[in-house]
Design a protein around this ligand. Structure first.
Ligand code: KDG
Length: 332
């Protein structure tokens, strides 16, 4: 069967997932002592869509928010970034999810989710069916390992979306994004292996790749990328933050790329999504894996230098400046 034509004016990318509001403590310290919080629109898939939109690849989100101020904030933010939100259902019976986190002082930051039974966790196959033309008409379906962890209906929605994208011959990308607060490693592995096997591009951190392949060593990035690719995807990418990234594509040759130095890390959360946005933008443009990793690392570096998940995502012009090694001269 030949693939249906791409939607001329429709989104190039569709992502499925929960968009939430992150309340981030204003100052470093334990959550118990936090007095002020900054609200940021967050959610891995939404971050990737905003990153792609800024790089010139428009996308659409399929999801759910509550009929509340946080839901409105999510929709306004996405709309203002050029992300199509007609596939986001407003559910009057549920609340928009929240995430609360401290700012790290010693050791890792404390993160709490307030998302059980949230509007986003009610995403269903019906929501996906309603967007079938958009999913079939886009070039890429982007998924993360967060969505199937949210509820059985979310897991079913992911499967339905994969079926539509596959049936239409579209690309599928998956960021493993293992969230230990949502499910156990065994549950994640069982649910994610079949999804990874369906994907064209899989992105994982070293721990996530090790979890999927059932391997204890998280140091050898080349080994991890090779084993991840053996699970089925055409391109496997292992990203290790300051340690750089490794990709393995169709020819089985590993591509290694060092990270971009970041003088001050302001907020590391969201770096993975920025990395994914840069990588997918390059893949959509048919660029080499080497270039894709360079774009990905540059986007990740730009994101960690700024507070919040979305504000640091670079525009195309900013990415070009970063890649050319331009210093912090004033832009006139
Ligand atoms: O990748 C950053 C995300 O962790 C954040 O935006 C929230 O999507 C999120 C999640 O579920 O953890």
């Amino acid at each position: 069967m030949s693939a249906p034509p791409l939607t001329e004016s429709g989104p190039e990318v569709v992502a499925l997932g929960e968009c939430l509001v992150a309340m981030v403590a204003g100052r470093p310290g334990p959550l118990a002592e936090a007095r002020q919080f900054d609200a940021h629109v967050a959610g891995s898939e939404a971050n990737v869509l905003v990153g792609l939109a800024r790089l010139g690849h428009p996308g659409a989100l399929v999801g759910r928010v509550g009929r509340d101020g946080f839901g409105q904030s999510v929709l306004r933010r996405l709309r203002s970034e050029g992300v199509e939100i007609s596939g986001v259902t407003i559910d009057p019976s549920r609340q928009t999810a929240l995430l609360v986190r401290s700012r790290s002082h010693v050791g890792p930051a404390e993160l709490r989710y307030y998302r059980t039974d949230s509007a986003g966790s009610r995403l269903s196959t019906e929501d996906v069916e309603r967007q079938s033309r958009v999913i079939e008409g886009a070039r890429l379906l982007h998924l993360t390992g967060i969505t199937p962890a949210l509820s059985p209906s979310c897991a079913a929605a992911v499967q339905a979306a994969i079926g539509l994208a596959r049936g239409a011959g579209r690309m599928i990308s998956v960021d493993v994004n293992y969230r230990r607060l949502l499910w156990s490693e065994a549950e994640a592995r069982a649910a994610l292996l079949p999804i990874v096997a369906e994907a064209d591009v899989v992105i994982a951190g070293p721990d996530e790749a090790a979890l999927l392949i059932g391997h204890a060593d998280t140091e050898d990035l080349l080994l991890l990328a090779g084993a991840l690719r053996a699970l089925g995807p055409g391109i496997a990418v292992v990203k290790a933050g300051p340690e750089g990234a490794v990709a393995m594509g169709h020819n089985g040759e590993p591509v290694v790329c060092p990270s971009l130095p970041v003088p001050t890390i302001v907020d590391p959360i969201g770096a993975g999504d920025a990395f994914t946005a840069g990588l997918l933008a390059a893949v959509l443009e048919g660029r080499s894996l080497d270039e894709a990793l360079r774009w990905a690392n540059a986007c990740g570096a730009a994101a960690v230098a700024v507070d919040g998940d979305m504000p640091g995502l670079p525009t195309r012009e900013e990415l070009e400046r970063l890649l050319s090694g331009a210093s912090g001269d004033i832009v006139r």
